[in-house]
Design a protein around this ligand. Structure first.
Ligand code: F6P
Length: 486
């Protein structure tokens, strides 16, 4: 099999480079091992149509990384426009933030069509395409237009919202219809999958038979594949990171005080204002906690060209300033606020140094920071995860302290509870979460999806034999005994 993985953002093979977003960082180790070709945006644009659209093709593990310069005329309408000012807010149930034009939609479709044409270069007899995320909802349909009959799968890393919200997206019906050109569509949670089914049943009025939907493209299978992490690898990275200069300096600076940590892209879906307000509330209602715990909030700037992100950046900075002004002392700063990214290897050490991990998004597909925080803990003396019930991760990490991020007082109480939690309870919660993380790793997720994609195609060709290459990663069966279909 010749696997081609496609995502807008890709990662280079350097473990210590800061990476924006969970998708690229999560995919890197598995794609590297699999021998797949990973196609994505180079981050640059080009003015004129190119004969050779790939800016660079470089080795990545036993496969390759192929970077595309996207068309300049459509990039803004695609990335800042339709993908991040229509789809992203809608997928995170913020239809009030949708700002988009018909031109943005055209650019989105142009970029999807452009990437489809570029992918033909990798089309061989046994090619399987696996497309990632909301930037490319229509890529499968564009590939089919070009005559591609090979298996094409799609995985959505974000949530899928309630039916009424997706209906706010311009040309929603056309987009959902285009998605059904995929053989397999994967979601993070049952709820996301169910929301998509509700939409298909009630808006285009399509028929479903269990997990199969029938459309003019044929059959599409809908299934749930919660993304995981390599928990063991992350745990050993956390141990190693203890001697990293950034981590040792942080620990020294704490002077015995406890630390809470938050690590997020600066995005309105992450609930940063609510989280900082909860710390403010906690210090106000329990002054005994002043000087005994501080918050390290890493907020990596993101999508700065979009107005709402610029506003968020100044709102968060202003609030941090107010809280520090209110509670700080000449020798104590309640919130250490950083607008930069860190590599995974350092992050692992920062997580381990923190007694509390605060992961409190208003909506999130999965949120791998939650999983990484748990994996980074010292098993003998683990920290406590305070987790939003609206993060996909809450389905598995149900022994975290689950909170409603809209309830500021409830969050303040949960953080205080986490700080005071006895060791036996911390260990019990940590061990239960680690069992889940070990039982379903990123390797399982990758293997299960590829296996399910191949199975869909076998179904479609009515039992025709599809030869599967002997590749270690996707020939591996899941520890849970196979693919989880709905
Ligand atoms: O769906 C999640 C995701 O793909 C993450 O990888 C990342 O957080 C985000 O969406 C994309 O962010 P960016 O616009 O920086 O590529």
């Amino acid at each position: 099999m010749n696997l081609v993985v496609v995502s807008n953002r890709v990662a280079h093979g350097k473990a210590n480079e800061p990476m924006t977003g969970g998708l690229a960082a999560a995919l890197l180790p598995v794609v590297e091992k699999s021998g797949a070709i990973w196609v994505g945006s180079s981050g640059r644009v080009r003015d004129r149509m190119q004969k050779e659209p790939f800016a660079e093709i470089e080795a990545l593990g036993s496969g390759a990384l192929a970077l595309l310069d996207l068309p300049a005329a459509h990039y803004g309408g695609f990335y800042e426009g339709f993908a991040n000012s229509a789809l992203w807010p809608a997928l995170h149930s913020r239809s009030d933030l949708i700002r988009v034009s018909q031109n943005d939609y055209r650019s989105y479709r142009e970029v999807n069509a452009f990437v489809a044409r570029a992918l033909l270069r990798f089309l061989k007899k046994e090619t399987v395409f696996w497309v990632q995320d909301y930037h490319f909802l229509a890529l499968g349909a564009e590939l089919r237009e070009l005559g591609v009959t090979e298996p094409i799968g799609f995985f959505l890393h974000t949530p899928w919202p309630g039916r009424g919200i997706f209906e706010c997206v311009l040309r929603h019906r056309e987009l959902a219809e285009a998605m059904l050109a995929y053989d397999l569509i994967g979601f993070q949670t049952e709820e996301d999958c169910q929301n998509f089914i509700d939409y298909l049943r009630s808006v285009p009025g399509l028929k479903l038979n269990d997990d199969i939907v029938f459309s003019r493209h044929g059959r599409t299978r809908l299934a749930v594949f919660p993304i995981g992490i390599d928990a063991e690898k992350f745990a050993s990275a956390a141990t190693k990171a203890l001697t990293h200069p950034d981590v040792s300096r942080l620990r020294r600076s704490l002077n015995g005080e406890k630390l809470a940590i938050g690590v997020d892209r600066l995005d309105y879906s992450k609930g940063l204002i609510n989280r900082i307000s909860a710390f403010d509330r906690m210090w106000t209602q329990e002054p005994a906690l002043l000087r005994t715990v501080s918050l390290l909030q890493i907020a990596t700037p993101s999508r700065g060209a979009i107005e709402v992100y610029g506003k968020l950046q100044s709102d968060v900075a202003k609030l941090v300033g107010e809280v520090n002004g209110r509670h700080g002392e000449v020798d104590w700063t309640p919130i250490r606020y950083l607008n930069k990214g860190f590599g995974q290897a350092v992050l692992a050490g920062l997580y381990r140094a923190a007694e509390v991990g605060v992961v409190t998004p208003l909506q999130d597909g999965m949120n791998l920071v939650a999983k990484e925080y748990v994996a980074a803990q010292n098993p003998a003396d683990p920290g406590v995860l305070v987790l939003s019930k609206f993060a996909g991760a809450a389905n598995e990490l149900d022994t975290a302290l689950l909170v409603n991020p809209h309830d500021i007082e409830g969050m303040a109480n949960a953080i205080a509870l986490a700080l005071a939690m006895p060791l036996a309870e911390r260990r019990m919660r940590y061990e239960a979460m680690m069992r889940k993380l070990r039982g379903h790793t990123i390797q399982h997720w990758f293997a299960e999806f590829v296996e399910a994609l191949q199975a869909c195609r076998i179904d479609r060709s009515a039992g025709a034999l599809v030869r599967i290459g002997a590749t270690p990663l996707w020939s591996m069966r899941s520890a849970r005994g196979g693919v989880r279909f709905r």
